[in-house]
Design a protein around this ligand. Structure first.
Ligand SMILES: C[S@@+](CC[C@H](N)C(=O)[O-])C[C@H]1O[C@@H](n2cnc3c(N)ncnc32)[C@H](O)[C@@H]1O
Length: 190
């Protein structure tokens, strides 16, 4: 499979995420292909736990050093591996939000893994490219610092993934859990 190169998330996107979706110390944010860790490090500075999975060893080292410099080393775990080889169901603490800035073709492969390994209510955010087989519950348009149009696509396990859509009725307790999780972010199902 084609390796996605390192292209960092623009600051305007990070600023939106940091200011808008109410991340706090109860959250664990996972960036699959975390690059230099800028997204996870920003969340860790708000008190959240961060998990970085990154295949490039140099980038992994940069995340480790930056986490020390920013005084958030105890908040960040770096897994220097191919994300396809990491079992997401075994991660501790379990991620509440997954961030993905990857190519379309890889997103489709990753989506199968997310559906299998994540629990109901986990929020997934992708930058620029949607997961075409899933239904976003919210799409945010942002003009970045270079004047380019960017899009954030929000999904939640239990509503957005194809398996969830096969059931006409989702159990009340799952709907309640999903609504509580989204309300915390000031995001609502419509
Ligand atoms: C577009 S960059 C995004 C970087 C970071 N998430 C951000 O938003 O600033 C994609 C990153 O995914 C990493 N990557 C690509 N394929 C990977 C794989 N199979 N396992 C782990 N990391 C991977 C690349 O090394 C690169 O750093």
């Amino acid at each position: 499979m084609e390796l996605v190169p390192w292209i960092p998330t623009p600051h305007a996107i990070i600023e939106y995420l940091v200011n808008s979706i109410n991340i706090d110390r109860d959250d664990t944010v996972l960036d699959m292909g975390c690059g230099d860790g800028r997204v996870i490090l920003s969340f860790a500075r708000l008190g959240a736990n961060g998990i970085c999975i990154e295949i490039d060893k140099t980038l992994c080292n940069i995340v480790e050093i930056s986490s020390q410099l920013l005084n958030v080393k105890d908040k960040i775990r770096v897994i220097c591996r191919d994300f396809f080889t990491v079992s997401l169901s075994d991660l501790e603490p379990a991620p509440t939000i997954i961030y993905l800035y990857l190519y379309r073709s890889i997103l489709e492969e990753i989506a199968k893994k997310l559906e299998k390994e994540l629990s109901i209510g986990t929020i997934i955010v992708t930058l620029d490219f949607p997961i075409s087989s899933w239904s976003p519950f919210f799409v945010k348009h942002i003009v970045d610092e270079n004047g380019f149009d960017r899009f954030l696509w929000f999904y939640v396990i239990g509503i957005s993934n194809p398996m969830a859509r096969r059931f006409v009725f989702t159990e009340d307790e799952h709907i309640n859990l999903i609504q509580t999780r989204l309300a915390k972010r000031k995001l609502y199902l419509y």
